[in-house]
Each structure stands twice: as structure tokens, then as C-alpha cells.
Design a protein around this ligand. Structure first.
Ligand SMILES: Nc1ncnc2c1ncn2[C@@H]1O[C@H](COP(=O)(O)OP(=O)(O)OP(=O)(O)O)[C@@H](O)[C@H]1O
Ligand SMILES: [Mg+2]
Length: 354
């Protein structure tokens, strides 16, 4: 495949000079005669290299460079800035804007051809983006596979094992009813077996629920979150105040499960680490984001490498959120409680729902 080079220059003569220099080297050359056209073309073409003039009316080269760097898909594309300004300050400005290399105009034929060839041969940018995309796909695959497996196990626990245990208990109860009153020891033993079985059924229900709340599929996210907070409060004795934005629309499955896993992990962390007296959970929505925030008034922590590497909970959440284009924000300090927030872009939602 031919390497794509996007040449950005407002002067037709400069543009044709560059074209003439590079024409014989087997690249696919594309052109943009202004900064704004360059941004559009870069997005559409995904070039392997951009040659960018600085002095252009409207948006100058530095600004184009900054904007390219701020566009995730183009943040790593190599950029060579072409400038007539052989001064230090414009070089610094170029570096600040994110340029990889500079060439002084009028360009030296040989130098331009060599620099372009070297950058394209290294092709670090494309290798990096391919690797990153592969990693992203793999992580997505792992998360999906894990959810599918949990769904299957949860169903199996509930449907097969659960039903079997219930049948087992009924048989024990029947047996108990049929034993003559004299066999006191046997009755005691049976009663204890019945109580144990009943406890096992309850534990298994909780486990199945935890793995994949069937409620998420049947009653939706709001009810599942309410139920999870209520059950957590009862189990732990820790009060949870939950507020959900009235306008919250039905969310895609991947969002619902991400938010549910976020709540599960952060509430578990509050219990394990914080010694908090109260937890507040909020699910809000604006034009840009859906945000779930879990705040506790516990002991807080230092958000550094040492702490976060103690477990995989927060790291896993960060990865999950990245996969759906979101992010994790942690605000905490020792003695100051903890606020953890999951932000999801709401561009996936149909606009009329907002
Ligand atoms: N709400 C909180 N209050 C105080 N400390 C917290 C809180 N949440 C997390 N931490 C700190 O951050 C660390 C990392 O949390 P993380 O969830 O990644 O790991 P973990 O809970 O220790 O283990 P895992 O989640 O893998 O079972 C915790 O060990 C704890 O020190
Ligand atoms: Mg944890």
C-alpha cells in the first residue's frame, strides 16, 4: 500500500514545488490549501505524514498542528512543519504545538526527500496505532467474553442448581413430615439439614445475582441500582443515598453493565477500605455525559501508583470505561473521603432521549 502524504500550503507555487520533489517517490499525495481543509482531509484520509506550512491565512500551521494532536485518531500522525521563519521562537511554538520535525523554506530537495522517506520507513505511528487498536479489540473481547460467561454461569446457578436444591429441600421436608414422632434425633438432624439447605439456596441466589443481575435484563438499570443499594445497606448496615436523574433514558446494554459493575466495585471498596459512615450515589445526565458518582465520608487515600497497584478493581474499571469511550475520575486524599466518578459520553444515545 502506498504511503499517504498530505501537503498543506496556501500558496499554489509552494504546493507544486513540493509535489514535484516528491512525485517520483511512489507516495499517494493529497493536498489542502488551508488549515480547516487540512483538518477535514486528515480525518478522512488518515495520512501517514503531514507536511504543514505555517504562514497561512485563517488558521495558521501551529493551530492546525495543535488541533490534529487533540484529535484522538490523528494524535500520533507525524507532522513536519515547513517554515520560512528560521527563528528559535517559531521552532519552540512548533514543538509546543506537537510537530515532529521542521524544514526551512525554500526546502532543500534532497533533505525533504530523505526526511520524508525516513519517517515513512520507520512507520512508527502506524505500527503504534495498529497495536493499540489490536489491544483495544482484545480488551473488548475479554470483557464481552467475561460478561457472557457470567451470564451463563449465573443462569445455570439459578436455573439448574437452584431448582435442584429446592427440589432436594422439598423432599427433606416431606420426609420430615412422615417420620414418627418418636425419632427425635432424626427429626433434629433433618431440621438442621433443611435449615442448611435453605441457607445454601439463599447464598446461591445472591451469588447468581452478583454475577449477572437478571434484573438488569428484565427490569432495567434504575431498578437494579436501587435494589443493589438497598440490599447493600441491609447487608452492611451502611446507609446509601441514591439519586437517579429523572430524565435518564434507557441505556444500551454495554452502558448499563458498565455502570452496574462500577457501582458494585466502588461500594465494595467503600466497605473494604473506607470506614465510612455514609455513601451517596448519584446518576446524572447532561448534553455531553452520563455520570455516576459514588462518594463516601471515609478515610480517603493517596491516589498513587503504590495504592492503585494493590488491587485490580480500579484499574479494571478504568479499562472498562475506556472501552466505551468514557473515563474514571478519582478525587480523594487521606482524611477527606473519596469521590469516584464514571463518565460516559452520551453520543451513543438517540438525541430525542436527551
Ligand atoms: N472508598 C475508598 N476509601 C479508601 N480507600 C480506598 C477506597 N477505594 C479504594 N481505596 C484504596 O485504593 C486501593 C485500590 O483499590 P482497588 O479496588 O483497585 O483494589 P482492592 O479493592 O484493594 O482489591 P480488588 O478490587 O482487586 O479486590 C485499595 O487497596 C485502597 O487502598
Ligand atoms: Mg476493589
Amino acid at each position: 500500500m502506498k504511503s499517504k502524504v498530505l501537503i498543506v500550503d496556501d500558496e499554489p507555487t509552494a504546493m507544486s514545488t513540493l509535489e514535484a520533489i516528491l512525485a517520483g517517490d511512489g507516495y499517494q499525495l493529497d493536498y489542502a490549501e488551508s488549515g480547516s481543509i487540512a483538518l477535514g482531509k486528515a480525518e478522512q484520509l488518515q495520512p501517514d505524514l503531514i507536511l504543514l506550512d505555517v504562514m497561512m491565512p485563517g488558521m495558521n500551521g501551529f493551530e492546525v498542528c495543535r488541533r490534529l494532536r487533540a484529535t484522538p485518531k490523528l494524535a500520533e500522525v507525524p507532522i513536519i512543519i515547513l517554515t520560512a521563519l528560521d527563528d528559535r521562537s517559531s521552532r519552540l511554538q512548533g514543538i509546543e504545538a506537537g510537530a515532529d520535525d521542521f524544514l526551512i523554506k525554500p526546502v532543500d530537495r534532497q533533505e525533504l526527500r530523505l526526511r520524508v522517506r525516513t519517517i515513512l520507513r520507520l512507520d512508527r505511528y502506524r505500527t503504534l496505532s495498529i497495536q493499540r487498536e489490536n489491544l483495544r479489540k482484545m480488551a473488548e473481547h475479554v470483557v464481552n467474553a467475561q460478561e457472557q460467561e457470567r451470564k451463563r454461569l449465573s443462569r445455570e446457578l439459578h436455573d439448574d442448581l437452584g431448582q435442584a436444591l429446592i427440589a432436594h429441600m422439598l423432599r427433606l421436608q416431606n420426609l420430615r413430615a412422615e417420620i414418627p414422632a418418636a425419632s427425635e434425633n432424626i427429626i433434629k438432624e433433618l431440621e438442621s439439614l433443611i435449615a442448611d439447605t435453605s441457607q445454601t439456596i439463599n447464598k446461591m441466589r445472591l451469588l447468581a445475582q452478583d454475577m449477572r443481575p437478571t434484573m438488569l435484563d428484565t427490569l432495567g438499570l434504575k431498578t437494579t441500582l436501587q435494589d443493589h443499594c438497598r440490599e447493600y445497606s441491609i447487608r452492611t448496615g451502611l446507609p446509601v443515598t441514591l439519586e437517579i436523574d429523572e430524565k435518564l433514558p434507557e441505556l444500551p446494554d454495554i452502558y448499563s453493565i458498565t455502570l452496574y459493575r462500577f457501582l458494585q466495585e466502588t461500594l465494595t471498596n467503600v466497605l473494604k477500605h473506607s470506614k465510612a459512615k455514609h455513601v451517596w450515589v448519584e446518576l446524572t445526565l447532561d448534553e455531553l455525559e452520563i455520570a455516576m458518582t459514588v462518594q463516601d465520608n471515609g478515610k480517603g487515600f493517596m491516589m498513587d501508583e503504590k495504592t492503585t497497584s494493590k488491587g485490580i478493581g480500579l484499574t479494571g474499571l478504568r479499562e472498562r470505561l475506556l472501552l466505551v469511550g468514557g473515563k474514571l475520575i478519582v478525587t480523594t486524599a487521606p482524611g477527606k473521603g473519596t469521590i469516584i466518578s464514571a463518565r460516559l459520553p452520551n453520543e451513543m444515545l438517540p438525541k430525542e432521549q436527551l
